[in-house]
Design a binder for this molecule. Structure first.
Ligand code: TXA
Ligand code: MG
Length: 345
């Protein structure tokens, strides 16, 4: 299969390009498109054959459910049932935006889309290309992140084509995605809502609107019996070919530890990469990548940096941990999942 790549303006999307993509979706094909978080791989969420193509192209296990993307809040009723009252409060505040809610699914949604579950994850993205594509397709779009299974989520069209070229019909190239980590996932099917994945909307923002929520134990780094609530959690997430060592502590201690580890691994003739979160540093290594000095910037550059370390054939990545406040919770969650070892100093 030839993958067609169309450049689209992120602020004023060319409608002709969007319509070409929408036509493919209507024919049951799959198309990658930008959202404000990461690129998604979209299919008609109500067409089981189209959804099957998404699982196949990504190499994704069939029990890991997809998020359904809508462009109009009214479409929620068609996809979900028995919605709790707070649904409206939450969608009013955070949609369109990087928040996914899990609700009981309606009969309309095929089981393949939800990985066999009777719940469904839904979000309304805040990106003009994504929104127009859903509108023009006339159907909700099931869309996981547009990476090959086990690779970092794509934040550039180039990342999508690295992983999926030849396996999907089209990529809409809208440039770099703004947020850079995936949406926050929150389960609304139990009495007290539960955070299943930290992401673009922060825990603090959610709690300001609906009060204290539960946090899935896995996010806190604990083993849990309620694993099944978010099937994605049990799969090994992206870990680069290099081993990531995540170091947490005061700036001074982390700095000291990094310098120690650099000299240790140099003696072992390893290729060393450093992921840096501050501008002033004295690290000398095979690859030093400054990802940003604020959570916004770090989130926006994180997955791109992972891919670059792999391209640079790095053996060991030393990464400076950050505070779990705000977007930091999502960033530390992604770093923690990718890490081979965590050190507290
Ligand atoms: O920002 C995003 O959410 C991106 C863009 C493309 O929208 N999408 C994304 O999709 O990250 P994906 O498939 O890579 O991650 C979806 C996560 C998985 O961890 C999955 O297990 C969880 O959402 N999920 C989906 N449906 C669920 C359900 N019914 N119950 C619990 N978790 C669910
Ligand atoms: Mg993903």
């Amino acid at each position: 299969m030839q993958t067609k790549i169309l450049k689209v303006n992120n602020t004023k999307p060319q409608i002709s390009a969007i319509r070409q993509a929408a036509r493919l979706i209507q024919k049951g094909e799959i198309v990658a498109f930008p959202t404000e978080t990461v690129y998604g791989l979209g299919a008609d969420a109500l067409n089981p054959l189209a959804v099957k193509k998404v699982f196949e192209a990504k190499g994704r296990p069939a029990d890991n459910p997809l998020i359904i993307h809508i462009h109009d809040k009214k479409d929620l009723k068609k996809l979900a049932r028995d919605m709790p009252k707070i649904t409206e409060k939450i969608t009013e505040k955070f949609w369109p935006g990087p928040l996914t809610i899990v609700l009981k699914k309606s009969k309309t949604v095929p089981k393949i889309t939800t990985g066999g579950l009777d719940t469904v994850a839904i979000r309304m993205p805040k990106n003009k290309i994504a929104s127009l594509l859903i509108k023009e397709s006339g159907v909700p779009l099931a869309a996981p992140s547009a990476n090959f299974f086990g690779r970092p989520s794509p934040t550039l069209a180039k990342h999508v084509s690295e992983d999926l070229s030849g396996r999907i019909s089209m990529i809409l190239d809208g440039g770099k995605t703004r947020i850079g980590i995936e949406s926050t996932v929150i389960d609304l099917t139990s009495k007290t809502p539960m955070l299943l994945r930290p992401g673009g909307v922060t825990l603090e923002q959610i709690e300001e609107i609906i009060g204290t929520i539960r946090i899935h134990p896995i996010i806190k780094g604990r083993k849990s019996k309620i694993m099944h609530r978010s099937p994605g959690m049990k799969y090994k997430h992206y870990s680069p070919n290099a081993k990531i060592i995540l170091i947490e502590g005061t700036d001074r201690n982390v700095d000291k530890k990094i310098l120690q580890l650099i000299s240790k691994f140099k003696k072992q003739k390893k290729r060393i990469g450093i992921m840096v979160m501050q501008k002033n540093h004295a690290y000398k290594a095979d690859m030093v990548r400054f990802v940003g000095n604020s959570p916004d910037k770090i989130a926006a550059n994180l997955f791109k940096a992972f891919r670059e370390f792999d391209e640079g054939k790095i053996d060991i990545i030393l990464a400076h941990g950050i505070s779990r406040e705000g977007l930091g919770l999502g960033i530390m969650n992604r770093l923690g999942k990718a890490a081979h070892m965590k050190i507290k100093v």
